[in-house]
Design a protein around this ligand. Structure first.
Ligand code: MRU
Length: 343
């Protein structure tokens, strides 16, 4: 990704420091967070300095590797894995990465960092290949709806749902993106909008409840979203609100694609019912933070004082609502047979 003329990955390593673009500061500030120990990584994942399936996975892999660098004590290593795994429950990539680095590190701890580097590199390459495969679905002049942020910020680079859009745009196709704002944290309004702006892709942020209206007017040709975990039957967990879009897209006959690397698939989950859904802090719903016209940040209450709140962070879109899954190895049907054939 390019920001201010410089190439960045969302997360990278400098010696024993893990650097990441601080996504809690975007789009109003651009800061780099430096993790020096595995607890720093836990903190970064928990408060969403780093977020998005692939980026969380890369961070978790690095967290596990830092733990091996911090101590040779098996109890410490095991505790570190438990701590990292406890940061966020839904994104499969997190557990995929800690498991890979843990297994390599137990055999030879000096290889743990290399393994974490490899996970980050694979995530970047997968993003590019998802983009190349997904681009084949995008016609010149297409209007695409996306939800949350499954762009380069959600991965090490390129992204999943946005990667095909970047490739199409770079090939000269005219594309237009409708970005759901994605309450409560506003990953669409803040992160996707910022990314698309940087890449020069024309877009509009839309309120979360505008998708059905736009689809009913024939303004959306295609929906592409990311995924945090995909069960073996093709059910896909993604940011809360995705399910509604899938239901409406089916109603209007609009193709609905999920884009995700194979590291997001969890064949131990028989269906979406087995995917743990994170319940996040109620303050995310009750309060919003942003700058005033003078660029001073404020946190303001947006719900009636005393309101009860529910804040599920993800929902599960059943396979029958998904037209196809765009992976780094090709586009597949959301079925157990197709998943096992490719994995
Ligand atoms: O809560 P977040 O921001 O970590 O949400 C997860 C996601 O980024 C999305 O669900 C995304 O669409 C798929 S993973 C890049």
């Amino acid at each position: 990704m390019k920001y201010a003329g410089k190439h960045y990955r969302t997360i990278w390593r400098e010696g024993l420091e893990i650097c990441m673009i601080d996504q809690t500061k975007l789009p109003f500030g651009f800061e780099i967070y430096r993790a020096k120990c595995y607890q720093d990584i836990c903190h970064a994942i928990r408060i969403m300095i780093v977020r998005g399936a692939g980026a969380i996975g890369a961070a978790a892999g690095y967290g596990m590797a830092l733990a091996f660098a911090e101590s040779g004590d098996r109890n410490f290593i095991d505790q570190a894995r438990k701590d990292i795994d406890a940061t966020r429950p839904t994104a499969r990539n997190l557990f995929y990465a800690t498991e890979r680095v843990y297994n390599v590190g137990l055999i030879d701890s000096s290889l743990a960092l290399k393994e974490a580097d490899q996970i980050a590199l694979e995530d970047e390459q997968d993003g590019l290949n998802i983009g190349l495969n997904g681009n084949t679905l995008i016609k010149d002049g297409a209007s695409i709806l996306t939800h949350c942020n499954a762009g380069w910020l959600g991965f090490v680079d390129y992204g999943s749902a946005l990667s095909p859009i970047y490739i199409a745009h770079n090939q000269g196709k005219k594309v237009f993106v409708y970005a759901d704002e994605t309450r409560p944290r506003g990953q669409g309004a803040r992160l996707t909008a910022w990314e698309l702006q940087n890449e020069g892709v024309p877009y509009a942020v839309i309120p979360d409840n505008a998708g059905a209206h736009l689809m009913s007017k024939g303004l959306i040709d295609l929906v592409i979203v990311g995924a945090d975990r995909i069960a073996r039957n093709g059910d896909a967990a993604n940011k809360i609100g995705t399910l509604e879009k899938a239901i409406v897209a089916k109603h209007y006959g609009i193709p609905f694609y999920v884009a995700a690397p194979l590291s997001t698939f969890d064949t131990d989950c028989l269906s979406g019912k087995d995917i743990p859904i994170e319940e996040r802090d109620h303050d995310e719903v009750l309060w919003q933070t942003g700058p005033d016209k003078m660029n001073n940040l404020h946190t303001i209450r947006v719900c009636a004082p005393g309101s009860n709140v529910l804040n599920p962070a993800f929902d599960v879109t059943p396979a029958e609502l998904i037209t196809g899954i765009i992976t780094e190895k090709g586009i597949i049907k959301p079925t157990e047979e197709a998943i096992f054939a490719i994995i």
